[in-house]
Write a protein that binds this ligand. Structure first.
Ligand SMILES: Cc1cc2nc3c(=O)[nH]c(=O)nc-3n(C[C@H](O)[C@H](O)[C@H](O)COP(=O)(O)O)c2cc1C
Length: 355
């Protein structure tokens, strides 16, 4: 069963499903599994373990092409508070260019949390000129930003609503409304929908509204291949849709699972408030430490990024099982919807003929 869209054709993948980046955690094995299963696996921008993320990203890319010959992508968080962003944007295009297999397989870069312009440099241009098929997408949580992204020349946007796990914007717009608005006001731009997707019905609705694919984070955490701690996976399969909330994260608001740590955090309301707030490297270090704790399995004292879609997920499965089920259910859902409305169309057509 194959659902072909503008995005599957653009990225050369079988199914319209991507794994969302989930830094600072590793998603290297997850990337291989998603790409092998016919979706597009995406490497996260990792900053854990005190190592330089440039080397980690290079190693992850090498690992991916050793374990699959399918396309894959990667994320760079271009936020102001991301000290290695400029280095990654300058050096990774050159690294990709110099490694033939990586150049052939690396088809997608998603920038997020900051400006897309950081990557629109001469190195990235050169990479594109020297035969790479790489497409550059950026996360858009509002139509305002989506319009700016299109003006700056991105190849596509990820419409990401407030129900998703991890960092959010201050706009608080659901994926349902955001996707419709983007499709209405920017009908030509290729769109991937993200935030709240975990089922075939979700994929069917995104495709019906004109998205070319979905990107899922929380759903893939609960896959066998994902390198997250088993305690993290158990939260995903045992929680309800109301078990997450927005709290202040490193870059701004972030959707987290409600645990002991979340009770002690407030919620920043605006960019101005965040910028005016106390900033120190020791605070950032502490927040990274809270993420590290989660990665090691301490899900009460650490930060647990998760989206509302966890209420729709009740088991840990292989990535292939997840993708195959979602594609099967999406097709069933679209066919059912068509069959429900078809008789009305036929009746109307006959009525028109009578007159
Ligand atoms: C654990 C976790 C870490 C995340 N880290 C990043 C990140 O580093 N960069 C990014 O662009 N988005 C990040 N996100 C957001 C996801 O890419 C995606 O937007 C979100 O998971 C989609 O919502 P879903 O969880 O309902 O699928 C993260 C999400 C989670 C759950």
């Amino acid at each position: 069963m194959v659902i072909e869209t503008n995005i599957t054709k653009m990225l050369g993948i079988k199914h319209p499903i991507l794994s969302a980046p989930m830094g600072p955690f590793y998603t290297t094995k997850l990337t291989v599994a998603v790409s092998e299963a016919g979706g597009l696996g995406v490497l996260s921008h990792v900053t854990l373990h005190g190592t330089v993320s440039l080397n980690e990203m290079k190693k992850s890319m090498e690992y991916v092409v050793e374990h699959t010959d399918k396309p894959f992508g990667f994320n760079i968080r271009t936020a102001r508070l991301q000290p290695d962003a400029i280095k990654l944007c300058r050096q990774l295009p050159r690294f990709i260019m110099e490694n033939q297999r990586i150049r052939e397989q690396c088809v997608y870069l998603i920038t997020s949390a900051g400006s897309p312009k950081l990557i629109l440099n001469k190195h990235f241009e050169k990479l594109k000129e020297t035969g790479s098929r790489i497409k550059h997408f950026h996360v858009a949580p509002s139509i305002r930003l989506a319009k700016k992204l299109v003006d700056s020349g991105v190849d596509g946007i990820i419409a990401t609503g407030v129900e998703g796990g991890g960092h959010q914007s201050y706009d608080n717009i659901s994926t349902l409304v955001l996707l419709q608005e983007i499709r209405k006001k920017l009908p030509e731009v290729p769109v991937i929908a993200s935030g709240g997707y975990a089922t075939g019905e979700g994929l069917a609705s995104a495709l019906s509204m004109g998205a070319g694919a979905i990107a899922m984070g929380s759903r893939f955490i609960s896959s066998k291949e994902c390198e997250f701690h088993d305690n993290y996976k158990q939260i995903v399969v045992n929680s309800s849709t109301s078990d997450t909330e927005l709290k202040t994260g490193i870059f701004g608001p972030a959707r987290v699972w409600k645990n002991k740590l979340a009770e002690t955090h407030g919620l920043v309301e605006s960019k101005e408030e965040k910028q005016a707030g106390e900033f120190s490297m020791s605070k950032v270090e502490r927040e990274l430490g809270e993420l590290e704790m989660t990665y090691q399995g301490n899900v009460q004292d650490g930060t647990v990024y998760l989206g509302q879609s966890i209420g729709l997920i009740d088991r840990v499965e292989t990535v292939k099982e997840i993708i195959d089920t979602i594609v099967f259910d999406a097709e069933k859902s679209l066919t059912n919807a068509f069959n429900t409305i078809k008789p009305t169309y036929i009746e109307q057509a006959l009525e028109v003929e009578h007159f």
